[in-house]
Design a protein around this ligand. Structure first.
Ligand SMILES: C[S@@+](CC[C@H](N)C(=O)[O-])C[C@H]1O[C@@H](n2cnc3c(N)ncnc32)[C@H](O)[C@@H]1O
Length: 199
């Protein structure tokens, strides 16, 4: 399999960060963030220690440099392992050279929905995987996604709450264009362009 050399540089940082995002999924996020063709920010719900945030931020740095907003409570997940991981998150992003393009929003996604107003070019939802919360996250933030923007969910395959919501709302949307050769194994990702395909 041929890999995007630029992404390999990014993977060098991502692979050291604890998290669940697989190589192909990471490459996909990087690639979509790099090649966005509508104007807006990148918004991530659920950042944990920064694995996906680094992909989005470094992709944006290589592309149009849209700001990345990272929403997470940064507390209590999984509480027994690391009760407060905001410092770890920031250190991981700094090591990857992308902290400067990321605005961290230390709030629950429900709280953030009251204050967040920016048009979104890429919405990545990977916070709570509970159906009711995934639904709220989608309903609160998808109206801010600009026409032709992209919505991506992680954990579509393994979390019934994510799958249920995605299957309810995805409808007849366009597939997301991506350019890299490494995004082969994306069954745990649900992604679409907000444009509806007629017919
Ligand atoms: C699956 S992890 C995210 C993994 C991350 N995207 C990565 O690539 O490593 C889920 C994260 O969402 C956060 N989270 C869960 N529910 C949330 C909520 N309602 N508001 C904000 N953050 C939330 C948790 O604190 C946790 O860090």
């Amino acid at each position: 399999m041929k890999h995007d050399n630029e992404f390999i540089d990014t993977w060098h940082f991502v692979r050291r960060v604890e998290g669940w995002l697989e190589f192909d999924e990471a490459c996909f996020l990087y690639d979509v963030a790099k090649h966005l063709d509508v104007e807006g920010c990148i918004l991530e719900i659920g950042s944990y220690k920064g694995r996906s945030t680094i992909c989005l931020a470094r992709g944006s740095q290589e592309g149009k440099r849209f700001p990345v907003y990272a929403i997470d409570k940064f507390y209590g997940f999984p509480a027994s392992v690391d009760p407060s991981f905001l410092d770890t998150f920031k250190k991981n992003l700094a090591a990857a050279g992308c902290l400067n393009i990321v605005d961290v929003i230390v709030l629950s996604s429900d709280e953030a929905a009251f204050v967040f107003v920016h048009p979104i070019a890429l919405l990545f939802i990977d916070g709570s995987h509970d159906y009711e919360q995934v639904k709220k996250d989608y309903e609160n933030f998808s109206p801010l996604v600009v026409p032709g923007g992209v919505i991506i969910f992680h954990d579509y395959k393994y979390f019934p709450g994510v799958k249920k919501l995605v299957d309810e709302v995805k409808g007849n949307r366009k597939a997301v264009k991506y350019h890299s050769m490494c995004s082969q194994n994306l069954s745990n990702i649900a992604a679409w362009n907000t444009e509806v395909i007629d017919g």
